[in-house]
Write a protein that binds this ligand. Structure first.
Ligand code: COA
Length: 169
């Protein structure tokens, strides 16, 4: 089965529906698609620097990764500044690329799809500093993926069991 990848900077309603199907299967933390669109996706998709990398096989979305330019005044950036403290936050936050989410369907993992999505999403990024939040469990597949791609832990995340990671271009 061959996988095709693309990177887009604007999305349609159908694109959102397709991403939600994978998001919901992978994370399952939203009440429904309407709430996810209203509270998360539609707001994120309007942000400066928004881009989403997608992996398809036989017309089915296998995985996605997306982010945008983070800035002071965004809820997450402001909370991250608080937990990282002024020195680290000053060095990393504001005008950074914020990798918001990556997910690959369970039946499509361990074939390099996650790594290809990360590489495509970050390819040619203009931002010098890239930031994400993830689990504090260094043995989690996501953490192994980020470590392979040279991301480093910057400090604690917003909740227990999380860390914020960064990478310079
Ligand atoms: C994290 C995640 C996106 C990785 O996706 P993936 O497609 O499995 O990623 P990859 O295939 O690139 O890498 C995963 C593993 O498969 C291995 N792999 C890659 N190609 C392979 C192949 N052809 N054969 C065997 N193993 C392979 C990689 O070396 C890696 O091994 P490791 O975890 O032991 O280091 C996926 O596990 C996921 O969606 N997890 C749930 C959501 C999540 O945690 N998201 C991040 C939140 S911050």
């Amino acid at each position: 089965m061959s996988t095709s990848y693309d990177l887009v900077t604007s999305v349609t309603q159908d694109d959102g529906r397709e991403v939600f199907a994978v998001y919901d299967e992978v994370f399952g933390d939203q009440p429904d698609q309407t709430a996810w669109r209203r509270d998360v996706w539609d707001r994120h998709a309007r942000r400066e620097g928004f881009r989403v990398a997608r992996a398809h096989a036989r017309g089915r979305l296998l995985g996605f990764a997306y982010g945008y330019t983070g800035a002071a005044g965004h809820w997450w950036t402001d909370q991250a500044s608080r937990v990282l403290g002024p020195v680290v936050a000053g060095a990393w936050l504001g005008g950074h690329f914020e990798l918001v989410s990556i997910g690959v369907r369970a039946d499509a993992r361990r074939r390099g799809t996650g790594q290809s999505l990360m590489e495509l999403l970050c390819d040619g990024l203009p931002q010098q500093r890239w930031v994400l939040m993830t689990t504090a469990d260094a043995d989690d597949p996501a953490r192994r993926l980020y470590a392979r791609l040279r991301w480093e832990v910057l400090g604690p995340g917003l909740r227990d069991g999380q860390v914020i990671m960064g990478r310079r271009r």
